[in-house]
Design a protein around this ligand. Structure first.
Ligand SMILES: [Zn+2]
Length: 320
């Protein structure tokens, strides 16, 4: 392949502004989706707002906060982080929230690899890091939990639950049992490519997505993509599962036949492309997805840390 035919690194050439959409899912429950960019949401209580996800920078967070301020002037009570990834955490300071809540594992991963992840994600997705100079440093949770905690947001029951290892080893979901609304974080994508670079793919594609599906949500807000409702909820879950399973199976076949990582990448890419190639970040994710599938199959349980250098090495080896 000539240099001109090479695909631009990750999402580095994706510079077009996305249009964001505010949707009221129930009284005082909102999702803010953006054509495949990371989604956010909130639940408004009279005394405090629960915010879900923080975006990549305080400047990007402030644009979302400005939208919230058109609805409510209440202070932010709890800011919930579904997992440790920089594009969802580093804008946290803009909320001035009372508490920042995540799982214990997410807190540990931020300590272990937060700085490397920040550099990696900023290099891969520069558009999402507008105002990077406004980031005061790593975002650390002020409150953590292992399995689940219950919150009361203006009299409404909100459950934060850990459903098993998946997109990372510490993802939580935000579940509103009465309204049957689920903010699934990156455990489910609605017509966007799942990212597996830090995942436990066998767990995610099996018991964890089973647990997500068992909630029987009426409305689901995935990590990226539009809000889905009714039958489209299970469709998004099964789309995500099929993507994961195809990646793991194809990589396993090549590994067992003595092939290379690049062979695995080419096989899995060809298998997924007919169904998924039009999804946001598909090309961006695939080298990292196959690399992690390869590592998992070789018995590396704790995902290796992505650094800006390792990102380029894997990209060049598989996609280059
Ligand atoms: Zn993520």
């Amino acid at each position: 392949m000539s240099r001109l035919d090479r695909k631009p690194f990750a999402s580095s050439a994706d510079l077009g502004e996305k249009e964001a959409t505010l949707e009221e899912l129930a009284d005082d429950v909102y999702a803010y989706t953006a054509q495949g960019d990371p989604n956010v949401g909130c639940v408004i209580g009279a005394d405090g707002i629960l915010a879900i996800e923080a975006r990549a920078t305080p400047l990007m967070a402030q644009r979302w906060i400005d939208v919230v301020r058109s609805i409510s002037q209440a202070p932010f009570g709890d800011l919930v982080l579904t997992h440790y990834h920089a594009v969802r955490t580093l804008g946290a300071s803009a909320f001035a929230a009372n508490r920042i809540i995540a799982t214990t594992m997410t807190g540990a991963l931020i300590e272990e690899r937060g700085l490397e992840d920040w550099a990696s994600e900023q290099g891969r997705m520069p558009r999402l890091f507008e105002g990077a100079d406004t980031i005061p440093g790593l975002t650390r949770p002020t409150h953590t939990f292992e399995d689940q905690i219950l919150l009361d947001v203006g009299g409404r029951r909100v459950e934060l639950r850990f459903l098993g290892r998946g997109h990372t080893s510490g993802d939580l979901v935000v579940w509103l049992p009465k309204e049957r609304i689920l903010f699934a974080g990156d455990l489910v994508e609605a017509q966007a490519a799942p990212y597996m670079g830090d995942a436990h793919i066998a767990d995610w594609s099996g018991p964890t997505l089973d647990a997500v599906r068992a909630l029987r949500a009426d409305q689901l807000v995935g990590g990226r993509g539009a809000v889905v409702r009714g039958e489209a909820v299970d469709q998004a879950i099964e789309d995500t599962r099929a993507f994961l399973q195809t990646t793991l199976r194809g990589t396993r076949d090549v590994l067992h036949q003595g092939g290379t990582r690049k062979d695995a990448f080419e096989l899995v890419y060809a298998q997924l492309a007919p169904r998924y190639a039009g999804y946001p970040i598909f090309d961006h994710t695939m080298p990292f997805n196959v690399q992690r599938a390869w590592d998992e199959l070789e018995g590396i349980d704790h995902p290796r840390i992505w650094t800006a250098e390792r990102d380029r090495q894997v990209w060049d080896a598989l996609q280059g």
